[in-house]
Write a protein that binds this ligand. Structure first.
Ligand code: ZN
Length: 288
């Protein structure tokens, strides 16, 4: 199943169309996308029953991709993992992690998959990432049980303003530098793992104005999804609707020679095998 947020309403995406989950369930399931995940896994059997429905929104098969919003719009917690691919550690001049380096993106930065992001002053960089959506609460989840605690996977861009990120005394301001408005594009949909041949190893890439910047595989993560869920839940309680940004492969802008950052008019397309595509554009939101 591909669960999306179409202009504020929870939908199942079909081939070219969308099923309104509240309508199709006869009012059993909430129209609010966040509530759908908050009530996971109780919502799952009803959703499975709807998966064969034909499109009911907005009375035709067509919908505008720019009407897609963040599929999980108000998560209780957002975890993000740094330096989780070896080649990215190398390009950043950092040792590969021996312990998942963790920060947050504040929830107010979340936005949809096909939007125009306002660029603040500074150096704004891209980081395409696989995002895990938690579906079942847990504390001290063994890695072997981790997939049962997952509702699905989606695409995220961990947009990062590097001057702010690296400012101040160590540890630097990762959470703030990565939480400007619009810095957390997610979607187009939360895809349940059964839709994917191998959800642990997906091609992940992004292009800037048609030029490939990042091109990796999620199977190359230093800490895979089971290890991240086990590690995070060894400390915190994971709850349905929580997000985990799992880190970015090599090819970010700040480690290029010369460094490259996003500017007004750029188009950034992010793709993960089986999860779809995000198309972001950018405009300057400051005077300089
Ligand atoms: Zn990141």
């Amino acid at each position: 199943m591909r669960i999306a947020n179409l202009d504020g309403r929870a939908v199942l995406l079909t081939d070219g169309g969308a099923v309104d989950i509240h309508q199709a369930s006869g009012g059993t399931l909430s129209p609010d996308p966040q509530t759908l995940f908050d009530q996971w896994p109780q919502t799952l059997p009803v959703l499975r029953g709807l998966a064969g429905e034909s499109s009911t929104y907005p009375e035709t098969d067509a919908y505008r991709e720019t009407d897609l919003r963040a599929p999980v719009p108000r998560p209780g917690q957002i975890f993000a993992i740094g330096v989780n691919y070896r080649e990215h550690a190398e390009e950043a001049g950092l040792e590969p992690s021996t312990w998942p380096m963790t920060f947050t993106k504040f929830a107010s930065c979340l936005t949809g998959p096909n939007v125009t992001v306002d660029l603040p002053e500074g150096w704004v960089d891209w980081e395409v990432e696989l995002v895990v959506v938690i579906g079942r609460a847990g504390h001290r989840i063994p890695a072997v049980d981790a997939w049962e605690h997952l509702a699905g996977l989606t695409i995220g861009q961990d947009l990062s303003e590097r001057i702010g990120q690296w400012s101040g005394p160590a540890p630097q301001q990762f959470s703030l530098g990565k939480s400007h408005p619009g810095f957390g594009p997610t979607g187009p949909a939360v895809v349940t793992p059964d839709e994917l041949a191998d959800p642990a190893d997906l091609a992940i890439s992004c292009t800037l104005n048609g030029e490939t910047m990042q091109d990796g595989r999620t199977g190359d993560m230093i800490f895979g999804i089971p290890e991240l869920i086990a590690h995070l839940s060894s400390i915190t309680v994971l709850r349905p609707g929580d997000l985990i940004f799992t880190g970015t492969p090599a090819g970010i802008g700040s480690t290029r020679t010369p460094p490259r950052f996003l500017s007004s008019g750029d188009e950034l397309i992010s793709t993960i095998e089986g999860l779809g595509t995000q198309t972001l554009s950018f405009r300057a939101a400051h005077n300089s």
